[in-house]
Design a protein around this ligand. Structure first.
Ligand SMILES: [Zn+2]
Length: 79
């Protein structure tokens, strides 16, 4: 599942996430980095199959890693 992290936090703990996408409306949309204490605008980071589907342009809606019934977020198309 995708996670939301700002660039600074993700540069510290990559956790295998190499591909990122901008949420629709980024950076004004109010999607905030998931690290405790951080309030910077977040990018959507993905890995594995989701990253592949995003790069291929077939997926732009991602569930977020946030508990049993995660929210989903739309991202801008892969360039
Ligand atoms: Zn952050």
């Amino acid at each position: 599942m995708a996670v939301v992290r700002c660039v600074q936090c993700m540069s510290v703990s990559r956790e295998g996430y190499r591909i990122h996408a901008e949420p629709i409306g980024y950076p004004e949309a109010g999607v905030i980095c998931g690290m405790p204490g951080c309030e910077r605008p977040g990018l959507v980071w993905m890995r594995g199959r989701e990253a592949m589907e995003y790069v291929q342009g077939s997926k732009t809606c991602f569930p977020l890693n946030a508990g049993k019934r995660p929210a989903k977020i739309l991202v801008k198309l892969s360039e």
